[in-house]
Design a protein around this ligand. Structure first.
Ligand SMILES: *[C@@H]1O[C@H](CO)[C@@H](O)[C@H](O)[C@H]1NC(C)=O
Ligand SMILES: *[C@@H]1O[C@H](CO)[C@@H](O)[C@H](O)[C@H]1NC(C)=O
Ligand SMILES: *[C@@H]1O[C@H](CO)[C@@H](O)[C@H](O)[C@H]1NC(C)=O
Ligand SMILES: *[C@@H]1O[C@H](CO)[C@@H](O)[C@H](O)[C@H]1NC(C)=O
Ligand SMILES: *[C@@H]1O[C@H](CO)[C@@H](O)[C@H](O)[C@H]1NC(C)=O
Length: 319
């Protein structure tokens, strides 16, 4: 049973990739061909050749919003697991909820055993962590309802749309990297829709050390490893590794403080600016298990260590 399901998932991803590749007449008209990224190569492709693996070089920024606003934006059927984020950030202001902006460059994505490498792409969106998708009161899921994604990258655009995500094809600054340095030392990243007036612009300054950031690294590790959904038809299990050579030395996670300007779902039509927001810049390799039945992620213990949200006998990761 387990094998049948596993094979099905691999082939579903492989088929999606292959059919998109055929529609594209191969990968020759690619973004990657016109520019090279500074990102480090994917270290997990060799370890997990049968899985989709890659590198995500990201700026993750927390925007505190009132629980009232959160309740208005998040579909009413999904409870907010306030005690779950309070356990990780006890000093987070009362009555508030942490929305995360994820601005990232997907690099060296591979399905090694199939000889498939996908062109790099960029994406950005507002994401809503710690949601009770299954109504069990303890399993944290992240709602990522909308994304700007590299225009003409059909695999990424369709792969995200298959989750029910509202996707807008976009152009980027910089084109091939997670961010670029400004003359003042800050970092800059902007995604702008090529079909609508939506955009997200992220400008961050690096802080001296992580202790100056109100959100510990474990908080980001926890959020980014929560199973993700859009319209809840299926869930995405992206396992991000925070313990590789990609996260130490010159590549160590950098705490950042800055501003975000955006006109994007769920705020489209209104330009918003958030200043004095904190986050982290970190590149992590990942393994991605796509289009899973969300029910099988009940009690998922992968948000950073054994035990989290785990209830003996209820956990069904092995299904
Ligand atoms: C790799 O893919 C298989 C098949 O989908 C899955 O069962 C397995 O859990 C994946 N490995 C990891 C580390 O996620
Ligand atoms: C992440 O992107 C930045 C900006 O391009 C680059 O300087 C850095 O080396 C990248 N990190 C990794 C681990 O690839
Ligand atoms: C992730 O968050 C959940 C909910 O608060 C918690 O149970 C779990 O221990 C956290 N994991 C880590 C590694 O902090
Ligand atoms: C969710 O989106 C997928 C992909 O577009 C679609 O097939 C499915 O019917 C949608 N489900 C719901 C409940 O809207
Ligand atoms: C690194 O982290 C991943 C994901 O949390 C885990 O599966 C793996 O065992 C860890 N590797 C080491 C060497 O600790």
């Amino acid at each position: 049973m387990a094998t049948t399901l596993s094979l099905f998932h691999v082939s579903a991803v492989a088929l999606l990739i292959l059919s998109s590749a055929i529609l594209n007449h191969g990968r020759s008209t690619s973004v990657q061909d016109v520019c090279a990224s500074l990102d480090q190569p994917n270290p997990l492709a060799e370890l997990f050749p049968n899985n989709a693996t890659g590198v995500l070089n990201a700026t993750l920024v927390i925007i505190p919003i009132t629980l009232e606003t959160a309740r208005r934006l998040i579909p009413p059927q999904y409870g907010i697991l306030e005690q779950a984020y309070r356990a990780l950030i006890p000093d987070f202001p009362e009555g508030m909820y942490p929305v995360m902006v994820q601005a990232a460059h997907d690099h060296d994505v591979q399905l090694r055993a199939y000889g498939i490498t996908i062109d790099d792409f960029s994406r950005v969106g507002f994401e809503f962590p710690f949601l009770d998708l299954l109504g069990d009161g303890y399993s944290s899921f992240r709602w990522a309802p909308a994304q700007l994604i590299t225009a003409a990258h059909d695999i990424a655009l369709e792969g995200s749309r298959a989750y029910g995500t509202v996707v807008s094809p976009a152009e980027w600054e910089p084109v091939c990297d997670a961010y670029r340095a400004l003359p003042n030392g800050a970092t800059y990243f902007k995604g702008k829709s090529v079909t609508t007036s939506e955009f997200v612009e992220v400008e961050m300054s690096r802080l001296q050390d992580m202790t100056l950031n109100p959100y510990p690294l474990d908080f980001f590790k926890n959020i980014t490893n929560q199973p993700t959904f859009a319209n809840a038809s299926t869930c995405d299990n992206m396992i991000r590794w925070f313990n590789t050579s990609m996260s130490v030395g010159e590549f160590a996670p950098a705490p950042v403080l800055g501003r975000i300007r955006a006109n994007a779902f769920p705020y489209e039509g209104v330009e918003k600016e958030y200043t004095g927001v904190y986050g982290v810049q970190i590149a992590t390799p990942f393994i991605e298990n796509n289009y899973l039945d969300c029910q099988t992620m009940r009690g998922y213990a992968g948000t950073g260590g054994p035990g989290d949200s785990y209830i003996e006998g209820v956990n069904s990761n092995e299904l």
